[in-house]
Design a protein around this ligand. Structure first.
Ligand code: 5FU
Length: 252
């Protein structure tokens, strides 16, 4: 008989990292497994989106380097206030992919100073185990497999990437389009209820598919929410669909 998936309560009991605990506690408290991807390009759009979707998400995922008018005081200070007000975490999708020393500089310096505000970050593991050491004050979500057509994250690559992810104490989870072991949280982008792709290589699945078949923990939705006529309504729809799909995946 096929085993049912691991519940958030079970994962919380086994969680070692403070950020994993926070994510799982927030998911249970809000009955949400939704991460909104805020791929907008101005501070105003970012803050407006965060205000609208904040109550319904567990984390807001940023690509902070696409904000044209970024200023720490104008962008990050109010964003952090909204995160506190609506109880969501900040996930910077930086996808670090260099040697440890360079990643450390990219993480702590420049204009974005990611170390000062992100609760967790994404990183490739292509630089090897030690390249992840610099992220010791946040959680790391390792890129195991990508959602785009033709990605080089083959079976062999994913297997090796997972070994690094599972053995590194800073790693709380992985981004993947495949099931991961229960010890690690699974984050799945490429989720959309209306489209199957974007004509630029992105490939979409439904919340139902990724909970049932991948036993994912958290869905990441970008255009399905921020491009919708009503972003708040869209966030509520993805939140409800995601939670229903999670509950159904527990039953089997
Ligand atoms: F690692 C990955 C991946 O494999 N696929 C992704 O789509 C990350 N992403 C991110 O999720 C991507 O950079 C976008 O920020 C987001 C998906 O946005 P969409 O508008 O829902 O396609």
């Amino acid at each position: 008989e096929e085993k049912t998936r691991c519940s958030y309560e079970q994962k919380l009991k086994n969680a070692q990292h403070s950020v994993s605990k926070k994510l799982l506690e927030t998911a249970l408290a809000k009955q949400s497994n939704l991460i909104a991807s805020a791929d907008v390009t101005t501070t105003q759009e970012l803050l407006e989106l965060a205000e609208k979707v904040g109550p319904h998400i567990i984390a807001l995922k940023t690509h902070i380097d696409i904000i044209s008018d970024f200023e720490y005081e104008k962008t990050i200070v109010p964003l952090k206030a909204l995160a506190a007000k609506h109880q969501f975490l900040l996930m910077e999708d930086r996808k670090f992919a260099d040697i440890g020393n360079t990643q450390e500089l990219q993480f702590t310096s420049g204009v974005f100073k990611i170390t000062d505000w992100a609760d967790f970050v994404t990183s490739q593991v292509i630089g090897g185990f030690e390249s992840l050491d610099c992220f010791n004050n946040v959680g790391v979500v390792a890129i195991i497999g990508m959602s785009s057509k033709g990605t080089l994250t083959t079976n062999d690559y994913r297997e090796e990437a997972l070994k690094i992810a599972l053995s590194h104490p800073n790693v709380i989870g992985g981004v993947s389009q495949n099931q991961l072991p229960d010890e690690i949280l699974l984050f799945t982008p490429g989720v959309n209820l209306a489209d199957s792709g974007d004509g630029k290589g992105q490939q979409y699945n439904t919340p139902e598919h990724v909970f049932k078949n991948l036993h994912t923990d958290f869905i990441i939705v970008g255009r399905g929410i921020y491009k919708a006529a009503n972003a708040e309504e869209a966030a509520i729809t993805y939140k409800n669909e995601g939670w229903k799909a999670y509950v159904n995946s527990l039953e089997k």
